[in-house]
Design a protein around this ligand. Structure first.
Ligand code: FNR
Length: 386
């Protein structure tokens, strides 16, 4: 791919679509049910507009800030994503390195196709580990110990997957996690011979950090393709409190959309929250993160750093999230598509474009630094963005 001919994050989705087998692309791009929440996530950002301040942006705005006490180049982190290796064999490492190079945190998924240790070695940048509550608690505690030993600084516990969302593209495509070829899906893979050759040569990667779990659990299910039987559907606040007791570093909970849940997370000892509907992949017609943010912020005040994710595709989206009070945002699919298109260079290009857009927006709206991104710069900050 000609990276110098990519200009917006959406370019990478279009390029990835041409490169990936249909079922893999759909698994990445898709959402739950009618994909209404998937669309709402992006729309929410379009409904917030600027009231720009002139002659105030400075010659070169500074987007750097502190996330969980660490200096970062811009208020962005890589969203945790499983199964990246299905589309780009060494994709997790490629994205982790691009993030380190861009000076932003990288979050490794429990269901990543690369081990905790391999990411620890690949990147000296800020790394956080995302944990799915597992039925096999022993395995979960081992993951925490390994993440700590490998230099992961923070833990992100994802709480919005008691069961997989109804991903209808995956049902029709016969695409499940963990990956497998079936009589119904094999033709779609054969239609992308370059991809198929790579997988034949290297083998389809496994969910590396779930190795050693009960194989019945690792086989997956067509009815809940995104989640194996190893996830604990009965996980609750007491489970979160136990994780808090066992994890010494900063703890975030990801997938909270309500102020009362945000308060409970604080009471359980969390240091931060990710306001998220899982990129529209879980509960259909769930509120978009941007629309849920204000109430959550009113509840938690400055007692925790609040992040949001879902549909961030422009530097201006990052700036708007900051103006509405988020500490930062997570970006998912665009980085995954960047890696599928051109490995580390593709993911790096995505982050470059995002940073460039953010700086340009800061100049245009009159914010000399990240702290100057406040609700004063929005003309309709009071209107819920949904
Ligand atoms: C995800 N997401 C996710 N979240 C999580 O906590 N653990 C995970 O393993 C995964 N896996 C995953 C795989 C794929 C292919 C996608 C697209 C997403 C959700 C992710 O962290 C994030 O919440 C959303 O993707 C953010 O929305 P955008 O930026 O993709 O619109």
């Amino acid at each position: 791919a000609r990276l110098d001919r990519t200009f917006v994050l959406d370019d990478f989705e279009a390029l990835a679509k041409r490169r990936l087998p249909g079922p893999i692309f759909d698994f990445y791009a898709g959402g739950a049910d009618d994909e209404h929440t998937l669309a709402l996530n992006r729309n929410a950002f379009r409904q917030v507009g600027w009231s720009p301040r002139v002659l105030a942006g400075g010659a070169s705005p500074d987007a750097s800030t502190l996330l969980l006490g660490r200096a970062v180049a811009m208020p962005v982190a890589v969203a945790p994503m499983g199964a990246v290796g299905y589309g780009c064999l060494d994709g997790d490492r490629a994205i982790a390195r691009a993030a380190a190079q861009a000076g932003i945190p990288y979050i490794l998924s429990t269901t990543a196709t690369t081990t905790i240790e391999a990411i620890g070695e690949a990147s000296a940048g800020a790394k956080w580990f995302q944990l799915y509550p597992l039925r096999q608690r022993d395995h979960m505690w081992r993951l925490l110990a390994r993440a700590l030993a490998a230099g992961f600084e923070a833990l992100v516990v994802t709480v919005d997957v008691p069961v997989g969302g109804k991903r209808e593209r995956d049902l029709r495509n016969d695409c499940a996690m963990p990956f497998r070829f079936t009589a119904r899906n094999v033709a779609a893979f054969a239609a992308r011979p370059r991809w198929a050759l790579g997988m034949l040569r290297h083998g389809v990667p496994a969910m590396a950090n779930l190795a050693g779990l009960d194989p019945a659990g690792a086989r997956g299910s067509t009815l809940a393709p995104s989640v194996g039987a190893e996830f604990d559907p009965a996980f609750d606040w007491s489970g979160l409190a136990e994780i808090r007791r066992r994890w010494p570093g900063p703890l975030l909970v990801k997938g909270v959309l309500r102020p009362d849940d945000a308060l409970r997370a604080l009471r359980a000892g969390c240091d931060g929250l990710v306001v998220s509907n899982h990129g529209g992949r879980q509960l259909e017609t769930g509120v978009p993160a941007l629309a849920a943010l204000a109430a959550v912020l009113r509840a938690v005040g400055d007692k925790a750093q609040v992040f949001l994710d879902g549909g961030v595709r422009r530097g201006a989206d990052v700036a708007k999230a900051r103006c509405l009070g988020a500490a930062g945002v997570l970006v998912g699919r665009p980085l995954l598509f960047g890696a599928c298109v051109a490995g580390q260079a593709g993911a790096a290009r995505v982050l470059d474009i995002l940073h460039d857009e953010l700086i340009r927006t800061m100049r245009l709206c009159g914010a000399a630094n990240a702290a100057a991104l406040t609700s004063e710069l929005l003309w309709n900050a009071g209107i819920p963005a949904a």
